[in-house]
Design a protein around this ligand. Structure first.
Ligand SMILES: Cc1cn([C@H]2C[C@H](O)[C@@H](COP(=O)(O)OP(=O)(O)OP(=O)(O)O)O2)c(=O)[nH]c1=O
Length: 200
């Protein structure tokens, strides 16, 4: 199924590339929201933030638009690791996740604006990631590089950090920022329905 004119409410180059990988060329329109969360449960947090991003962009879009927002966090022992604010914080995050497993949660919100109102899909996808033990030298060298700086949990599985990945259980693309298989299936269901309705 060809999906045209999808608006991606994200400035993440990884999300754009993942959509392009499955043949969807999105229009990029990053949201400008101040991220506000009312929960500390990872699934809840990513649902709230992905919805806020998509709703913010949709508020400026005409009827017929399809907007996708997403948010990714790393969770370990019930604690959420977002993006590090400094190299020191990046090193702390890496020290925490090395030698064990953690979870990556991505929340996705897909909104379709119709004459009669909004139709929407909201879901979260979880991937377990196992990281090899790292030496203090490896932690510092990686934490002080630029790679961790705009990444949840201070690492990029698609980058140099691949050297320390022991394995994953779940969807790889979800760790990079967007579970594209699930996204495609949900988009297909949402848009097929729209076509059905237009034939009524
Ligand atoms: C764990 C992990 C995260 N990431 C990235 C994906 C996301 O871009 C980022 C998490 O930050 P997000 O706040 O989810 O997204 P963003 O700020 O990059 O973009 P926007 O808010 O405009 O949608 O971390 C990787 O690239 N590789 C990884 O292995």
């Amino acid at each position: 199924m060809e999906i045209r004119n999808l608006i991606l409410a994200s400035g993440s180059p990884r999300r754009k590339e993942l959509l392009e990988q499955i043949g969807i060329m999105p229009v990029i329109s990053p949201s400008r929201i101040e991220e506000v969360v009312t929960s500390s449960v990872p699934e809840q947090v990513v649902l709230e933030l992905s919805s806020q991003k998509a709703e913010d962009v949709m508020s400026r879009c005409p009827v017929g638009s399809v907007v996708l927002g997403a948010d990714t966090v790393v969770a370990i022992d019930g604690m959420i690791l977002g993006k590090p604010k400094s190299h020191g914080e990046a090193c702390e995050m890496i020290r925490r996740i090395q030698g064990r497993s953690h979870q990556v949660h991505t929340g996705v919100a897909i909104l379709l604006k119709e004459e009669t109102g909004l139709r929407q899909k909201h879901f979260t996808v979880k991937t377990d990631v196992m990281v090899f033990p790292m030496t203090e030298e490896e932690i510092r060298e990686y934490g002080e590089s630029e790679e961790p700086m705009d990444k949840a949990g201070a690492y990029a599985i698609q980058g140099r950090f691949a050297a320390y990945i022991q394995g994953i259980s779940g969807d790889y693309s979800n760790v990079v920022g967007l579970p594209v298989g699930r996204v495609y299936q949900e988009l297909k269901a949402l848009l097929e329905n729209r076509e059905d309705e237009s034939h009524d």
